[in-house]
Design a protein around this ligand. Structure first.
Ligand SMILES: Nc1ncnc2c1ncn2[C@@H]1O[C@H](COP(=O)(O)OP(=O)(O)OP(=O)(O)O)[C@@H](O)[C@H]1O
Length: 818
């Protein structure tokens, strides 16, 4: 049908989602009344119909405005009515036409007018044609179209027609297809089509890439699956059908999956599982990996206990378990209170969750057996956390803390990770016992590793050498203990807050024995409370004559010994119940092991009383000076340390420089041999605090004025006679009090320490704070400074030195600090 033969007005059949181009012969199925109406009208008239696309395919009853303005005028070749009422029509597309003046009656009709375009021809068209053919070839080379369609398209002589067929067959968007229909000029249409083909080509390239990736992924998974299955079969063959062996890696894999590890950690561990899966189960290395994986699966990666941060309850638990220790308990409760407030703030989102755990590490310092370990245990109990004790004594290299690398034979995780596994939660209380006993060796310094453990900035990613992956320690509450805080490595000490535990006085020991140790020992030895009772006098004697310690550990042991022996008597039916009195003690424990030191019995020339303390408590010591004819030498005996020897020299210089004022015979001073001795030679003695006692003893010997036997002194002296502060006053005073001393000379600057001494003991003693050695001499010498400064006759050197009435018996062991 030539374009000029087109009728002016034709029925319109709207189609959805497709475009028909001229020269095509196409089936169109019509089900809507509007379409069927148009077909019937065409058949009734000159059999020409306009096929035009809807702009929106979802509109069911399109009007003129819903249709594009350009469509295809077609001849209707055949129409067939289906039994379901739908109609199938075969059309031959004739021409691109512009539609206008849409009218809706029982069907849609419109006026049409052919689109003028044409063909310029020439070289450009040839080039475009060639380009189109080539591009089409590449686009369809991937099998996008059936061979038949490709052939039909290629066979088109008319390039405009070919372009239309390509547009129809390829998967372009409706808008693009419509746009191609609207371009009547052939060159222009080909250009537009080429850009669409270009895009199509790019899409195909990306599609191919995605397909390759997906395929690779699937291949990999399938390959692994097959390999694993094969391995199972091989292993089954090798190990006589023992499938469990082969499944071991799978079992680990399942357990590890359930741990919820971070991707980094999981990657590392998966690698080990894969190695295990590839290995002969009997291989030595397989057992190494198996141990490692067992460690991994047994660590509490996410398990934690819920904190109980009720301060009143905590106070109750601490009181239930421990007598006294008020300062310590207060500090612990403050610590818990701060934690609680921080936790509340974190819950309100005011601070981060990590902030809750920040804070100083507490270190409990003090002599053995005073309850440091057991109060840490109570803290865990009051918080509702798990408790683990890690003994650091003797930890000499880094691997003790951080473990050995797995390449070592018999490698193990370090003590921290072992502790965590024992706890079974990631937020236990870990007691680092005896941090002061950390050693160091050529294999690295354990304290450096410990620093990392304790540093909140680093311990979130603590990496044990054996584990090889990071474990979060930030929720652990670390508490350390030490007997000698000065021996804790400085960098560690920097991060810690010291809470000092003092040694107990006898009164406190008695209370602890009555309330805690005795009931506990009864239970341990199977006794009922009415079967054995200790009198107070018995316990007091037990404390003073059978134990010599700062804490109560030996006391508990001795009570246990008595209870055990009593249990035997009761079990054999010898007695029904026993009352242990002080007299009875020897029957169970034998001879007393200690006789407490007592003060000197009388004032003597050249003998002064000093004080010292060791980890097991304080005591008194005597300083004796003897002067003999000689060449002006100074002899020091009694295992004195360097500092103590220097104190003696300072005392001598002080005496010499004050010789005039004290009326000391200068000739004798220069030409005598002075011998200073501190008895109990078995104990090494060190420290500057016997300075006052040295000066008193020396000047007493030189002046012939006796020193008072009921006065004990402690304090460091300078060459110019100043009297300087010392440590351990409480222990020293308690020791002196036990020895019967009533007067204590102490440096003025130590006066505040007197408050640490229990009130009832303080009341029965007199304290003499001194700022100068003169003031010391004033108290310590019979007659005071006045006697010393008054001219005397021939005195001093001939007065024999008498030994004090009773000598102390002290065990060998720790050095004494004066
Ligand atoms: N104030 C106290 N009240 C009740 N019992 C106490 C008290 N002080 C110590 N004990 C008991 O004394 C025993 C020894 O205490 P613990 O083991 O805690 O000592 P320690 O200070 O940690 O010693 P070390 O430095 O040797 O580790 C424990 O059984 C503890 O319960």
């Amino acid at each position: 049908m030539p374009e000029t033969a087109l009728p002016k007005t034709v029925p319109v059949c709207p189609v959805r989602g497709s475009v028909i181009y001229p020269t095509m012969v196409q089936h169109i199925d019509a089900s809507r009344a509007i379409s069927i109406g148009a077909i019937e009208a065409a058949m009734a008239g000159d059999k020409v119909i306009l096929i035009v696309s809807q702009r929106d395919k979802d509109v069911d009853d399109p009007k003129g405005a819903d249709l594009y303005d350009v469509g295809t005028a077609c001849n209707v070749l055949r129409v067939r009515k289906n039994p379901d009422g739908t109609v199938q029509m075969l059309v031959s597309a004739a021409a691109r036409v512009r539609a206008s003046n849409y009218q809706l009656g029982d069907h849609l009709q419109a006026d049409i007018e052919p689109l003028s375009g044409g063909l310029s021809g020439g070289v450009e068209l040839r080039a475009l044609t060639r380009e189109l053919r080539e591009k089409f070839d590449t686009v369809v080379s991937g099998g996008k179209l059936s061979a038949e369609s490709v052939q039909t398209i290629n066979s088109k002589e008319d390039v405009g027609e070919m372009a239309d067929h390509i547009a129809f067959n390829l998967d372009f968007k409706l808008e693009d297809k419509q746009a191609l229909l609207e371009i009547a000029n052939v060159e222009e249409r080909i250009r537009r089509l080429l850009t669409l083909l270009d895009t199509e080509q790019e899409v195909q390239a990306v599609q191919a890439k995605i397909r390759a990736q997906v395929k690779e992924e699937i291949d990999k998974n399938q390959r692994e699956y097959y390999l694993r299955e094969q391995m199972k079969v091989i292993q089954k063959e090798l190990h006589g059908g023992d499938e469990e062996e082969g499944d071991e890696a799978e079992q680990f894999r399942a357990k590890i999956e359930a741990l919820g590890l971070t991707p980094d950690v999981k990657k590392e561990i998966d690698r080990e599982v894969n190695r295990l899966a590839r290995m002969h189960p009997d291989a030595a290395e397989a057992s190494v990996i198996r141990t490692y994986l067992t460690w991994v699966t047994e660590l509490p990666w996410h398990e934690r206990s819920e904190d109980r941060l009720n301060v009143e309850e905590a106070a109750q638990v601490l009181d239930e378990d421990h007598y006294g220790l008020e300062k310590v308990k207060d500090r612990v409760l403050e610590f818990l209170a701060v934690r609680r407030l921080r936790k509340e703030r974190a819950e309100r989102g005011e601070i981060s969750a990590e902030e809750v755990n920040k804070g100083p590490i507490l270190v409990f310092t003090g002599p053995p057996g005073v309850g440091k370990t057991s109060i840490a245990q109570s803290i865990a109990k009051s918080l509702g956390r798990k408790y683990v004790r890690i003994a650091l004594g003797g930890a000499r290299d880094e691997s003790d803390i951080r473990g050995h690398r797995r390449t070592y034979i018999g490698a193990m995780p370090g003590r921290i990770i072992q502790g965590i596994r024992t706890a079974g939660t990631k937020n236990p209380v870990i007691l680092l016992d005896e941090v002061d006993k950390l050693g160091s060796s050529y294999q690295g310094d354990p304290s450096a590793a410990l620093l990392e453990v304790l540093d909140p900035a680093q311990n979130q990613h603590f990496t044990d050498h054996y584990m090889g992956v990071a474990f979060d320690l930030s929720e652990v509450m670390f508490i350390a203990t030490a007997n000698y805080p000065e021996q804790i490595p400085a960098a560690l000490m920097d991060r810690m807050e010291v809470i000092e535990f003092n040694s107990y006085i006898e009164q406190e020991k008695l209370e602890i024995a009555k309330r805690y140790l005795q009931p506990r020992q009864l239970i341990q030895n199977g006794l009922k409370p009415n079967q054995i009772t200790f009198t107070d006098a018995a316990l007091e004697r037990l404390i003073s004559h059978y134990t010599r310690e700062a804490g109560v550990r030996n006391l508990e042991r001795e009570i246990g010994t008595v209870a055990r022996k009593v249990a035997r008597r009761i079990a054999t039916g010898e007695v029904k119940r026993v009352k242990v009195t002080d007299k009875e003690l020897e029957r169970y424990l034998g001879q007393p092991r200690h006789t407490p030191e007592t003060e000197g019995k009388e004032d003597m020339v050249g003998v002064s009383t000093g004080m010292f303390y060791t980890p097991v408590g304080g005591d008194i010591l005597f300083v004796e000076t003897s002067i003999m004819p000689g060449k002006g030498g100074l002899v020091l005996t009694g295992q004195l340390g360097d500092v103590m020897k220097e104190s003696a020299r300072a005392a001598l210089t002080y005496a010499k420089s004050n010789a005039e004022r004290f009326h000391l015979d200068r000739d004798k001073l220069d030409n005598s041999e002075i011998h200073i001795h501190v008895p109990a030679g078995a104990i090494p003695k060190e420290g500057p605090s016997a300075g006052g006692a040295m000066a008193t003893s020396l000047i007493s010997a030189l002046s012939g004025i006796p020193a008072r036997h009921d006065v004990a002194m402690t304090g460091e002296m300078t060459l110019t006679g100043r009297y300087l502060p010392i440590g351990g006053l409480k222990e020293k005073v308690l020791g002196a009090r036990r020895a019967g001393i009533k007067h204590i000379i102490l440096p003025k600057q130590n006066e505040p320490d007197i408050n640490d001494i229990p009130l009832h003991l303080r009341a029965s003693m007199r304290f003499h704070p001194c700022e100068t050695v003169d003031q010391v001499l004033d108290v310590a010498l019979v007659g005071g400074l006045a006697a010393l400064e008054t001219p005397r006759g021939e005195t001093g050197t001939e007065v024999p030195v008498k030994a004090p009435a009773k000598r102390r018996t002290t065990r060998r062991g720790d050095g004494a600090r004066a």
